[in-house]
Structures are given as C-alpha cells and as structure tokens.
Design a protein around this ligand. Structure first.
Ligand SMILES: [Zn+2]
Length: 395
C-alpha cells in the first residue's frame, strides 16, 4: 500500500514535470513614448518589497506611496516616511496578485494600475519604467486596450490569440534597450491591467497559450485593421511581400459597422491641382466624367485620363481612412466616398466582432480572415519555428 502511494506520487510529480510552462515573464516598457521625469508609485492591493543599490530593502502595504524623480542622470526616491535617497536601479517586487498604480507627474499623464513587478532605472533622458509581467496577464491588458471594453466574449478570444502571437513573434523587438515590448502602438497598446470587462479575462484564459502559425508551423504576423470596407487586401498589394496566410477575402461582416463608410469632398479645381502634382493634366477636350471611379471591388490604381496613381499614395497624401474609395463628380465638387478604416490586410476587427455577435466560434473567425493557418499552443512549437522562450529571462 505504501509502495503504491509512493508510486502514485512519483507519477504525479512526473506528469507535472511533463506539463510545459504555460506562461513566462515579459519586460514591457511603460509610458514609453513619453520622457517621464517623475512619478508616484502607490500600492493598490497586496504588499511590495522595494530594493536597490543605496537603500535598505523595505516593504510597502496598501495605500502607501513612493515618489521617483530623474534629475541629472540620477534616480532619486522619496519613501513613505518622506526620506530621500538615490540609486541607479530600483526593483519593486510584489506578492502574488498584488496591484500597484503609477501616476506620472512630469509630464502629467493618466494614472494606470498594473499587476506584476516593476524595475525603475534611467535611460538616456528619462526614467526607464519596466513592468515585469506574466505573459497571460499582459495579454489580458492588451486585449482590452486593443479591442476596447465592449466586445462579445468570443471576440476577446480572437484578440487574445492575435495579441499573444504578436508578443511572441516580437520578443526581441526592444531587446537592446533591456525590455521585450513597449506599451505604445509601435508594439501593441497596453494600459495596465484590464479593468472594464471580465470577459477579457475569460477570453484570455480559455485560449491560454494559443497562437497562430502558418502551414509550415511558423508564427504568423497577425496583422489586423479596424474595418475592411467589405473586402480585405492581400499583403503583397500593400507591402510588396506576399504571405501565404494574408490573402484577400470578401468580408460582408464589415458592412454596416461604425467604420464601414467615410466621405470627403473638395472643389474640382483642387482635385485637378492635385492630379497635376502627379503630372496628370486635364486636357481642354477632357470631360470631368473622366475623373470618376466607381468600384465594385478594391483596385490598386486610380485610372484617370489614360494615366494612373496608386490608391495608397492618394490615401497617404490626404490622410484618408482607407485606400478603398469611389471618386464621384458632383457639380463643382469631387466627392470621395470611402469604405473601411485601415490598411485592409488580415483580420477586420469590426467584421470579426460582428461574426462574434452572430455566434461564430473564434476558430471560425480566425480561419475566415487568415488563410491556411493553424491554431496551436506555443509551447508545442520547436525552436525552428523561431521561438526559444523569452531571451530576456532565459539565462
Ligand atoms: Zn515597441
């Protein structure tokens, strides 16, 4: 009997060892697009231990605050008793489940709440603020920041998989600066812990570890945009590099949504001046009807008077929402009647949200927008797939 229970314990121990690690810590630079000079750290929930060169470690409980200031390449700290000291690096380590808030005071920025730990130091001209955070908890924050707080649960599953795939594919993006990803649109938006919708948490947990791979089991570039206008574009048309999983699809789910349509107009004289900047001249005998373009499907070029301009150039020149538009002459005016919002490649967020409302499964939604993909747990990928764990923390 004794032997048997020992055997069972051994089996349990072995099976635990065989279970792959489901998550790991990431380093995310906070308020990365701002040169933060000072900020207040406050414990919202739980306990934190503060340590660093030049100070005896001390603990902080709920409601207590510390002030951090960068001045002349030195990091100054004022603890909760009002005493000042300086250090090069400060580590703030929380108990499991603890929460802290940050409030930059120079410049004044929004206060945000975070899980995980914090490492403070100095970069070239400001404080370096790095959140050391478990991957899955980070994904919850990103899913809410990227999708907004009011999506159906099924869409948060989609967004969690997209955000996780992006994070793992880009772990080395900021490695030389000492962190993995920044919290801005350069990487993906992260505004701290999710606070508005608990479906974000469920959507992330249900899809824990899942990522998107192409048919060769390599992590894909999970690009998405706000609204396709009814038809997505292939990657080759926009970025001149084909991807097997980024092909055009007809997308009726994007129609009738908030960002489905847009319109701009200008005087016909200004439109002709614009064409002239591309050396396209309006001949004396030309008819203004020749300026029109009415599309059933996306086109790469606006063809006018036997000449053409790349529609993506027109979008850039006028800062239009998309490069999917009709050109209509209406008396003295030229009306630009556009569809969709964004580059149009990959998944349409509004289309995918509509599919979620119509009760499509998250796997069906992802397979609709991405061609020949696989949805797999990232810890089943081998190193040839380009994934070797987090290079920041694997030493
Ligand atoms: Zn970045």
């Amino acid at each position: 009997m004794k032997l048997k229970s020992g055997y069972i314990i051994l089996l349990i121990a072995l099976s635990f060892r065989a279970v792959p690690v489901y998550s790991f810590d990431m380093g995310v630079s906070l308020y990365n697009s701002h040169l933060v000079q000072s900020l207040v750290f406050t414990v919202v929930d739980g306990y934190f231990r503060i340590s660093g060169e030049g100070t005896k470690p001390f603990s902080m409980g709920p409601g207590s605050s510390c002030f951090f200031l960068h001045s002349y390449d030195t990091l100054y700290v004022r603890n909760q008793e009002g005493n000042w000291f300086c250090s090069n690096e400060i580590q703030i380590t929380g108990e499991e489940g603890s929460v802290f808030s940050l409030k930059p005071s120079d410049p004044v920025l929004d206060s945000r709440e975070y899980h995980g730990d914090l490492a403070l130091g100095i970069s070239m001209r400001s404080l370096r603020i790095i959140n050391l955070i478990d991957l899955e908890t980070y994904i919850m924050g990103v899913a809410e920041a990227e999708a907004g707080p009011r999506c159906p649960l099924e869409y948060y599953k989609v967004q969690a998989i997209l955000s996780r795939t992006f994070a793992l594919r880009n772990l080395e993006r900021h490695l030389e600066e000492g962190f993995n990803l920044c919290d801005g649109v350069h990487c993906q938006a992260y505004k701290g812990r999710h606070v508005w919708n608990e479906d974000v948490e469920i959507g992330t947990e249900v899809t824990s570890g899942l990522v998107l791979c192409d048919r060769d089991t390599v992590l894909i570039n999970p690009v998405y945009h706000s609204n396709s206008g009814g038809e997505t574009r292939g990657a080759g048309e926009v970025w001149l590099k084909e991807e097997s999983y980024l092909l055009p699809v007809l997308d009726p789910f994007s129609n009738g949504q908030q960002n489905s349509n847009w319109e701009r107009s200008m005087h016909i004289r200004d439109w002709l001046m614009y064409l002239l900047s591309y050396e396209i001249r309006f001949g004396e005998k030309a008819d203004t009807a020749g300026l029109e373009m009415r599309l059933n499907h996306r086109q790469e070029y606006y063809r006018v008077f036997d000449d053409s301009i790349d529609v993506s150039n027109i979008r850039k020149d006028f800062n239009y929402r998309s490069d999917f538009f009709d050109v209509i002459v209406d008396g003295e005016m030229v009306r630009i009647r556009g569809r969709g919002y964004g580059h149009g490649v990959g998944l349409s967020q509004e289309g995918a949200i509509e599919m979620s409302r119509r009760r499509y499964h998250y796997t069906a939604i992802l397979n609709y927008y991405y061609h020949e993909i696989q949805i797999v747990p990232y810890f089943f990928l081998d190193t040839d797939a380009g994934l070797e764990g987090n290079p920041l923390f694997s030493h």
